[in-house]
Design a protein around this ligand. Sequence first.
Ligand code: BGC
Ligand code: CA
Length: 402
Amino acid sequence: MRKFVVAILMVAVIATSVFAGGAADKASAVVPNNQKPVVFFNRQPSDPVTGVIDMEVMNWNDKTYYVGFDAAGGGAVQGQLIVDFLAGADPAVVDRNGDGIIGYVLCIGDVGHNDSKARTQGIREALGTWAGSTDPGIAQEGSAVVGGVEMKVVELDSRAMTGTDGTTWNANAATDAMMNWATRLGDQIDMVISNNDGMAMGCLQASNYPEGVPIFGYDANADAIEAIGAGRLTGTVSQNVDAQATATLQVIRNLLDGLTGDAVVTAGITEPDQYGNKISAAVDYIPETKAVLAQNTGVNASNWTEYQAGSRDAGIKQTEAPTKRVLLTIYNSGDNFLSSSYIPALNYYAPLLNIDLTIVQGDGQNESSCTDKFTNVNSYDAFAINMVKTNSGWDYLDKLQY
Ligand code: BGC
Ligand code: CA
């Protein structure tokens, strides 16, 4: 079926290019879409149930890559941040009802998303509550050292945080859940843990949020960093959005500049590129999954000022690279991390790399809200894709078949 559709589309495209004479865009008129660079970012092509990376999608062509961050490493960083906090805390203060148990509630985010799964696992492993599953509610009794005293740890409740409209990582759902938890569980709650800052800030919005209860997020969004400074949020993890946004554009830049082999994932990333640019933060390349991954760092009251908004990577400067057109999709215009951290970074670095970026955004529920805007593909030199569902890669690639 796919081949049949392709054949028809090929006829259509040949006809169009004959009549248009390649006027829309000279560069791309000669390059078939299926030979253009495709970089997936933030949502890794994978099975939403098992989390296994979809290498069929990743091997779509030799110019297909993923740019994200070290999800498993990040889960471990988040777990360690919480364990370190407990180690330095006073048991008499943290254990609010004095029952000798540290009770926590968990905001999961998106049960079908690799990053979300890795964080749930990292937190549960660190607290000993890991029972072999990243699903809500599947946790065992754990333990942690609190100010030198070993205490039991219990996951009181955990929820996916799907909005009433079906969107994932939903901050309003977290506010509602927190209201419910605070009413139902009262002073059994000693800690609130969230797999992203959007939901953590959502919890803090609950009118009955138990004052002073430690709360952890993930992403190091600007408002979360300020909340750490103000003593409202206890900690978060930076997934190094500047490195990711730059790397997404840089891999595309390298491919369009004709680089091949290792240079595609090292030039401007771990080594200076031909324009003298290089990302300052640590970035790894995983050849088995064609993944370029930024590293994570824990953020708390001791170092939050280093993560305040406005600090951009000085290693990336204005280049004279030839201008290229890139179409980039965002799965949900309402996603806190993408809209408040990732897109501003993209908009900062794209002009420096001379990438003319067109960003289209979806509703976070239906893939078609993105794919409907994934059009006029002939007039772009490359594509950057952030899917609604991690197994929707073909919905985009099918549009690039010829
Ligand atoms: C971020 C979340 C965000 C999600 C979107 C994750 O890496 O931590 O905050 O909602 O990506 O795909
Ligand atoms: Ca307790």
